[in-house]
Design a protein around this ligand. Structure first.
Ligand SMILES: [Zn+2]
Length: 468
């Protein structure tokens, strides 16, 4: 049993007005909303930190299960109600505590927004206090936890957003949000950029949708819907008992981003090479430019980022490739329900020496592999597929056909060159020659089943005493 999570994003259109983007007043309203909510969150964080005893309060309750009165920690919901009675003027409580009059400082703030910031503030204050207590226990001088910041992405509860999914089949697409104009709270329509995939993804069966968050960046605003799905997945130990178990081995590399092999009943049924389509080379070209610029401009200025656009481009190329490769891995897994996905425990591909741009490129390639690993795990889990990290030792040095130790080589100008970076693999025993990455990918299955080289090293059995 487990839970898969994912995020579905809806981009608000902040483009040019004549191209259907939101006008500047509406854009300013988004910023104002985030700011006033940050201030409100700060108010409640201060409020809770001023009353730490209340956060630690224990309450009595009647346990139906044990049929007696018991004690438990105060719940977030009870804290919220308590905070509201202390700070918000109502008919029942017309006078909030002096110095903590929320209604006066934030007049007419919708109660849904108020509740969402109180919930945020409770979480932040609680985690700060527990971190502080842990730090005090250690008795160290350094590492005192800092006060919690008030910034966060606002959560849009029901009553603050109306999203009519039926209109997504038409051209006029917008979402209605309750925003702060700087003077009052108003409903405004915001044009959105969404494809038909958005609607399909958001309403997909078995995926539960949570309240969206408004994520505001310098040039971009979007709504992030977190979605969760209940997954029933058997444990790997149980699956291993199944003689018909399918294993999907993935070897991550630089040029062949992923080599996927599928094995059942001791035979490889399917092989898939996912190449980088020249990504490594393109990225290298960009990094060469960055390195050159850095060299020309001398020391980088402290606190100032240079080559921002180029770096952003490189990051986006990596991110895009990671998502695409992870998707193709997950698609293979989806064809074999109940299979086990095998990854190598990630090791760094180290490059000693070489130019600066080459070293930077290698670092980026390592990051890309980490991302593919992470995304593929999450995407495969959505199909109920669990992942095992296997011992990578020797996967690229041993023959996947007979288990003998072989060597890697490459053909350069018709000549055979033996090298660690060789693209091909040759076995001296069974004389097979294969693609080195493919060989490594097949070896992952051997490692998972503890065959050949990967068999656990048992101490020699103690001599059996003759009985009688
Ligand atoms: Zn061999």
């Amino acid at each position: 049993m487990g839970k898969a999570t994912r995020t579905t994003k809806l981009l608000l259109d902040l483009g040019k007005r004549d191209q259907g983007g939101a006008n500047t007043a509406k854009q300013a309203a988004l910023t104002a909303t985030v700011e006033v909510l940050n201030a409100a969150r700060g108010f409640y964080i201060n409020f809770f930190l001023a009353h730490p005893d209340k956060l630690a309060e224990r309450v009595l309750y009647y346990s139906e299960q044990h049929l007696e009165m018991r004690e438990r920690a105060i719940s977030a919901h009870e804290l919220l109600t308590w905070a509201e009675t202390c700070t918000v003027a109502t008919k029942a409580h017309p006078h909030p505590w002096p110095g903590w009059d929320f209604s006066e400082r934030f007049p007419e703030m919708p109660c849904e927004y108020r509740r969402s910031v109180i919930k945020d503030a409770i979480g932040k204050a609680r985690s700060y206090l527990s971190n502080l207590a842990n730090w005090q226990k250690t008795g160290k001088k350094k590492g005192k936890p800092g006060l919690p910041g008030a910034r966060n992405h606002p959560t849009l509860y029901q009553g603050l957003i109306t999203l009519d999914l039926a209109q997504f089949s038409t051209k006029e697409r917008y979402v209605r949000l309750k925003v702060y104009t700087g003077e009052r709270w108003e409903w405004h329509n915001y044009p959105v950029r969404a494809s038909r995939y958005f609607q399909r993804r958001l309403t997909q069966a078995n995926w539960e949708k949570e309240s969206p968050k408004l994520v505001l960046h310098k040039h971009e605003a979007s709504l992030h819907f977190a979605q969760t799905k209940q997954i029933t997945a058997k444990k790997v130990v149980e699956r291993k008992q199944d003689p018909d178990l399918v294993t999907v081995g993935v070897d991550l590399n630089v040029k062949n981003l992923a080599v996927i092999t599928v094995r059942q009943h001791d035979t490889i049924m399917k092989t898939l090479f996912v190449t980088d389509h020249g990504l490594d080379q393109a990225r290298f070209k960009h990094l060469k430019r960055i390195a050159k610029k850095q060299h020309l401009s001398g020391k980088p200025v402290k606190g100032e980022h240079s080559n921002q656009e180029l770096w952003r481009h490189v990051r986006r190329m990596n991110e895009d490739a990671a998502q695409k490769v992870a998707r193709s891995i997950a698609e293979v897994c989806a064809n074999y329900p109940g299979c086990v996905l095998l990854f190598e425990r990630l090791r760094k591909i180290k490059q000693r020496g070489g130019s600066k741009s080459r070293r930077m490129n290698r670092k980026q390639a390592n990051q890309l592999r980490g991302k593919i690993n992470q995304y593929a795990k999450a995407k495969a889990f959505e199909h109920g597929v669990v992942t095992v990290e296997i011992n990578p030792h020797g996967t690229s040095h041993y023959c996947s056909r007979c288990g003998a130790k072989g060597e890697r080589f490459s053909l350069l100008g018709g000549k055979r060159i033996t090298a660690k970076w060789g693209k091909l693999f040759a076995c001296p025993v069974c004389h097979s020659q294969t693609n080195a990455d493919h060989n490594a990918s097949q070896n992952m299955h051997h490692s998972f089943y503890h065959e050949w080289h990967w068999r656990p090293q048992h101490p020699p059995p103690s001599p059996v005493k003759p009985s009688g």
